[in-house]
Design a protein around this ligand. Sequence first.
Ligand code: ATP
Ligand code: MG
Length: 187
Amino acid sequence: MAAEPTYAAPSAGRLFFALWLPPACSGVLHAMAGAMVGRSGGRLMREDTLHLTLAFLGDIAEKRLPALTELADGLSLPRVPVRLDRLGFWAHNHILFAGSTAPAPALVALADSLQETLKEAGFLAETRAFVPHVTMLRKLLHPGKLPPLPAQEWEAEEIALVRSWRSDRGAAYETVARWPLHAAVNA
Ligand code: ATP
Ligand code: MG
């Protein structure tokens, strides 16, 4: 008897949870990155793609998407302060990013708690130490002296589940679903 052909399970794509940036902050980071491309080269991220990743899931099977969104429906996570106040460069992957001198403990706790929940539910193989950063430029070889970053601060009010793929215009991202973070309850 001929063997049945096997098919890969349909994929929902490369997924990750992230915070989108407020437009004013994206504008500042994009303009700074644009000025650096002029001096040092690199590939500029489009302004509307700037994000801060909280938990990276990778390829998730389409049939697991309902369980994933249900899991997120059941979360009750607080709003968190975000402060980006320095530029950084990672030589190993040639990325210029905006980061925090001292990330708010609440932001770290949000990412840790999300990663832990996803791991317990089998959506993450491992949890990684969370280093909040927003990628601004890729393929940067010689950054030179990094300019100071005027501090960008806001309160994140929602998390997004995002799908990424490679388009002819570079990395492209699409919001699959969003969940509000709850406001602090005053005693
Ligand atoms: P591309 O890989 O196409 O150049 P990208 O890195 O933005 O673009 P993805 O690789 O899908 O797209 O990653 C989506 C987001 O998740 C990015 O913010 C990326 O930095 C982050 N990310 C990717 N891999 C990991 C990982 N293993 N652990 C933590 N975060 C990750
Ligand atoms: Mg990548």
